[in-house]
Design a protein around this ligand. Structure first.
Ligand code: NAD
Length: 330
């Protein structure tokens, strides 16, 4: 199989490292706006830099990874889909529902296998928890509490604070992973949301704090809080799942705790991450996607999951504006 990469920033490089580990794959080229970055990457990895996506499409890759800033998506998705190229699209699929409408008719091609890089789903601690839930370890889930705290460090790209390029703040850059994870664990669509946002850094035009109250269609309740700080902090990405007979605490990159029959069991994954690296989930995602392409089976994260997450984000922002609960229209 042959593949190409659009954008070799933070996420692009993680995808590159992940797919490099898979045998019998040929990396045929990449696009990158930043010339210096492109030349260095091209020399270091002996791969061709293309200025134009059309030139890559002419090489007939089996799939392309889109790892561009949020505002660069639509033309790339359209062009690749028209040319029958499968896609891994970095989140979010689109900035909002208006943009979704522009690409919907292209992305729903039956024979194409597109996925969204909701890479948290591929973390060992998340998959293990999903397995516990499916096997009824904690009974019927009643409530999930999700909390993300992170520092917006100097290495992060500047465009994330520019609303025109990012489409939004902590919700679109980070917490959209939480939304996908909550839907995955709840195994239900969200019915309605009520949200508030605020800023610690008032010099940016996107939110750096958001808090959302979520009602799922299956009756489950959830709470999501995401904080993206302009100073050093105690980072955390934690999901607490409360069932009617037990509890699971997921600590991203650390492990999980299972509470069942009044017994607490610790699953410590620190050594797993030490051995495999913090971004091992990109490799798990890559393997899973290649398997999907080979077997023509649907990927773990479907294009529909990507579409739903954009509609949920839209509803959350609408709720912050109107100060009322918003029902999601699927
Ligand atoms: N899944 C994850 O865990 C994860 C982590 C980080 C970022 N992301 C996502 O990945 C995407 C990229 O984010 P990032 O943090 O890597 O940003 P980034 O700025 O580090 O990387 C984007 C790269 O694309 C290049 N670029 C911009 N426009 C281009 C164009 N039209 N053609 C070719 N190259 C272009 C930039 O020069 C830059 O090198 C975003 O959608 C972001 O949300 C996902």
């Amino acid at each position: 199989m042959k593949y190409a990469l659009l954008g070799i920033g933070q996420a692009g490089l993680r995808h590159y490292e992940a797919f490099k580990k898979i045998r019998r794959l040929k990396f045929i080229g990449f696009t990158e706006f930043d010339k210096k970055k492109a030349i260095n990457f091209s020399h270091k990895n002996n791969v061709k830099h293309y200025k134009n996506l059309k030139d890559i499409i002419n090489l007939k890759p089996d799939f392309i990874i889109i790892a561009l800033p949020h505002s660069f998506r639509l033309e790339e998705i359209k062009l690749c889909s028209i040319n029958n190229i499968n896609l891994i699209i970095e989140k979010p699929l689109a900035l909002n529902s208006t943009q979704l409408k522009l690409i919907e008719k292209y992305i729903y091609k039956k024979k194409l296998i597109h996925t969204i890089s909701f890479v948290h789903r591929y973390r060992k601690e998340v998959l293990k928890s999903k397995n516990f839930i499916i096997n009824n370890y904690i009974g019927k889930i009643k409530f999930i509490s999700e909390m993300m705290i992170s520092q917006k460090n100097a290495l992060l790209p500047k465009w994330i604070d520019d609303k025109k390029k990012s489409g939004g703040g902590v919700l679109l850059y980070n917490a959209i992973h939480s939304i996908d994870k909550l839907c995955f664990l709840a195994n239900s669509n969200i019915d309605y949301v009520f949200a508030k946002k605020t800023n610690i850094n008032n010099n940016i035009d996107v939110e750096d704090i958001i808090t959302v109250s979520i009602n799922f269609k299956n009756g489950l309740l959830a709470n999501l809080t995401a904080v993206f700080l302009p100073y050093k902090t105690t980072p955390k990405w934690e999901t607490k799942i409360f069932g009617d007979s037990g509890q699971i605490d997921i600590n991203i990159r650390k492990g999980l705790v299972l509470i069942k029959d009044n017994k607490i069991t610790n699953y410590d994954y620190l050594n797993y991450y030490k051995k495999n690296g913090q971004n091992y989930n990109f490799y798990a995602q890559a393997k899973s996607y290649i398997k999907s392409l080979k077997t023509k089976q649907p990927p773990l994260v479907s294009i529909k999951d990507g579409i739903n997450s954009v509609k949920i984000v839209d509803a959350i922002y609408k709720s912050t504006k109107l100060n009322k609960a918003i029902k999601i229209k699927y």
